[in-house]
Design a protein around this ligand. Structure first.
Ligand SMILES: Nc1ncnc2c1ncn2[C@@H]1O[C@H](COP(=O)(O)OP(=O)(O)OP(=O)(O)O)[C@@H](O)[C@H]1O
Length: 233
């Protein structure tokens, strides 16, 4: 694939995410395998972008790099104008805490904690106490009436809402969602999509999905194929 096909959008002052010539290799027993082959893309502040592509095309790998959970082998990534490549683990943890919120297909709530306590966790880890922020996040996801329920006492959709509240309680600039509706029925999934859509603008939302219908709710779709950007609509 030519470099031209691999360039998405123009570099722009308002870019929240800028990925430049990013490659990612994983070590595999005898050697290394390259799974991202020079990705170029940018996402504007407040934009809602879906990343699509077949299984193994590199969606989660790219998402983990943007979310500072992993580092590229080569190339550079900047978030809101700040270069994140070449940083120490400690710096990355700090930047991630301030900048990014994550949600996953499985909600990853702590079963023994109430909804309120689950949402408050990032504040606890940051050594902050802000009951107003927890209430505000719960309100944002429409779950202020479920504050004291435990995950087992909530539906899947409600649990994902709690996970979203936890992801946004620190007011991240970017919300990263990996198959956020994969464990939900179609109606519940559509409601979660509306919620994500309502959060975009206030923050930049990146969603990995296999579902084209869901991706159509976003502002733009970036499609990966075998570690290359295939198309951006
Ligand atoms: N830690 C790892 N070590 C070695 N190879 C890996 C590792 N993580 C991912 N890979 C490989 O990298 C490629 C891309 O994986 P990735 O999980 O990013 O794909 P994906 O598009 O998110 O797939 P899916 O839709 O199935 O989740 C795959 O071939 C995978 O086997």
């Amino acid at each position: 694939m030519s470099d031209e096909n691999n360039v998405i959008g123009q570099v722009h002052e308002q870019d929240m995410i800028r990925v430049t010539d990013v490659t990612k290799n994983y070590s595999l027993g005898s050697g290394e395998v390259e799974v991202l082959h020079g990705i170029n893309m940018s996402v504007k502040k407040g934009e809602f972008v879906s990343i699509m592509g077949q299984s193994g095309s590199g969606k989660t790998t790219l998402m983990n790099l943007i979310g500072m959970l992993d580092s590229p082998t080569d190339g550079s990534i900047s978030i809101n104008g700040t270069e994140i490549t070449g940083r120490s683990q400690k710096e990355l943890v700090q930047m991630r805490r301030k900048t990014a919120g994550f949600i996953f297909q499985q909600f990853h709530l702590i079963p023994s904690l109430t909804a309120y306590e689950n949402v408050a966790l990032p504040l606890v880890f940051a050594g902050e106490k802000d009951e107003g922020a927890v209430a505000k996040a719960m309100e944002k996801v429409g779950l202020h009436h479920r504050m004291h329920h435990r995950p087992s006492e909530m539906s899947g959709g409600e649990q994902q809402r709690v996970a979203i509240a936890r992801a946004v309680v620190m007011q991240p600039q970017i919300l990263l969602a990996d198959e956020p509706t994969g464990a939900l029925d179609a109606v519940t999934g559509a409601k979660i999509m509306s919620l994500l859509k309502s959060l975009a603008g206030e923050m930049t939302v990146i969603m990995v999905t296999h579902n084209r219908e869901l991706a159509d709710h976003s502002d733009r779709i970036i499609e990966l194929q075998d570690g290359y950007v295939k198309i951006s609509i």
